[in-house]
Each structure stands twice: as C-alpha cells, then as structure tokens.
Design a protein around this ligand. Structure first.
Ligand code: SAH
Length: 230
C-alpha cells in the first residue's frame, strides 16, 4: 500500500501542478495577448480564460498551447492564434440567445469559445477524421450546445438558418452567397477573403435592411476554404 502511494502520489501532484500551470498560462494569455492588444468584450475574455486550449492541441505542440501563435492540428490544418480567435469572437458581439454558424470546425476550439457565450453553435468541418476527433472532444468536455456537422460548408446550413452570426475560419476567394442569405437581418459575419495560401483580408460583414455593409479588419493568413464535389 505504502509503495503504491509512493508510486501514485507524484502522478497526482504532477497532474494538479500541470493544471495549475495551464490556468496560469491561460490568465497570462488573456492579460497580455488579448487585453494588452485591446480586446475589451468581457464575455470573450472570460470564455478564453476558461476554455482549456491545450486540450484542443495535439500532444506534440501542447506545451505551446498558450503562446502567441497558430499551431498545427493535423491534416494540414491549423488552430488560429489566440488573438485572432478573440478578435473574431469580439467582432460578432456574441451574447446568450444567439445561434451561431461556424464554417471550419478544425480543432473545435473556436466553437468551444463561442459555446461558453451563446445558446447554440453549429460548426461544419470538411475533413471527416478531424471533425470526428473534435466532435468527440467537445462532447467529452461537456459542450452539449455545439453540433458538429461533417461536410462542405459552402452551402451553409439552410435547415438551421437564419443565424445571428456566422464565423468562417478558412479563406474563400469570395464570400459564399448562401452564407449571406443565411445571416439574420442585423446579423454579423466575420470571414477571411482572398487568394489561397497568400495574405487575405479579414472582413466584418453586416446585414442591415437587406443590404451588406463590409469593412476590412486586418490582413490574415488562413488555410484555404476547400470544396467537396457534389
Ligand atoms: N476554427 C478552427 C480553425 C480550423 S482551420 C479551430 O478553432 O481550430 C479551418 C478549418 O476549415 C480546417 O479544419 C479545414 O479543414 C476547414 N474547412 C476548409 N474548407 C471547408 C469547407 N468548405 N467546409 C467546412 N470546413 C472547411
């Protein structure tokens, strides 16, 4: 028994030490990378201080989970830098009661951040294996208000439209028309638009009186928006 304790105790200690470590790193990330660069939306800051970003990162890169950088998540895809996630989240001004559509579930991290704030999140992922992995993780972490759909997000999700907000995390060359249609009157969409594997422009698009108002936020580099043949 004593021997068993001796063997197991360090495991418990190191587990709680690493949890504490992650929490501290997360706080630092929020303070320095987000608040320090002007992110003010309180629910966004709170959500990013809570979601365990390291759980969404493959073990090989987990020690960099709270660093100021995008990271590989497998299948040639990447999770965005924390500041980009925070900016996109803040721009749609999410609040309880919202129904949000995300195109490009990837690791599931952005969906989890949104799920901390809004009522329901629908997120579409085109890479089946990645979608299945992220769906399992989101379930494990208790995000019951996220529905991850595997497929091509080009046509959006008409059966759940209209959406209060739409967030696109892969870059198309043009905004897919179905996404504009599925945005509620008064709704906001954030989307990187531009050539694949080059610099794109992150855009905030608002639908008012049936018309679109668009502004450029900053230049970004996202993974390409790919298409499945029908
Ligand atoms: N929001 C993600 C970022 C993932 S990168 C996160 O928090 O981790 C963008 C993702 O968009 C990739 O996983 C890519 O496979 C996916 N993607 C690209 N084109 C798509 C499409 N047409 N429909 C759905 N997902 C797409």
């Amino acid at each position: 028994m004593k021997l068993l304790l001796k063997l197991l105790l360090p495991l418990f200690v190191s587990h709680s030490a690493s949890c504490q470590n992650h929490e501290e790193l997360r706080e630092k990330m929020v303070r320095r990378q987000l608040e320090g660069r002007g992110i003010k939306h309180e629910p966004t800051l709170k959500a990013m201080g809570k979601v365990e970003r390291h759980r969404f990162i493959p073990v090989d890169y987990r020690d960099q989970a709270y660093e100021d950088t995008p990271l590989p998540i497998g299948y040639g895809q990447t999770i965005s830098q924390p500041y980009v996630v925070a900016t996109m989240t803040e721009l749609i001004q999410p609040r309880p009661g919202f129904r949000v559509l995300e195109i490009g579930a990837g690791s599931g991290y952005q969906a989890a951040v949104l799920a901390e704030i809004v009522d329901s999140v629908y997120t579409i992922e085109i890479v089946k294996e990645l979608g299945e992995r992220s769906r399992k993780l989101l379930k494990e972490l208790g995000y019951n208000n996220v529905r991850l759909i595997i497929g091509d997000g080009y046509k959006g999700l008409p059966e759940k439209a209209p959406f209060d907000a739409i967030l696109v995390t892969a870059a198309p060359e043009e905004i897919p028309p179905a996404l504009i249609e599925q945005l509620k009157e008064g709704g906001k969409m954030v989307i990187p638009v531009g050539p694949a594997r080059d610099i794109q422009s992150l855009k905030l698009v608002e639908k008012r009186n049936g018309k679109l108002k668009s502004r450029e936020v900053f230049p970004v580099r996202f993974v390409p928006f790919t298409r499945k043949k029908d």
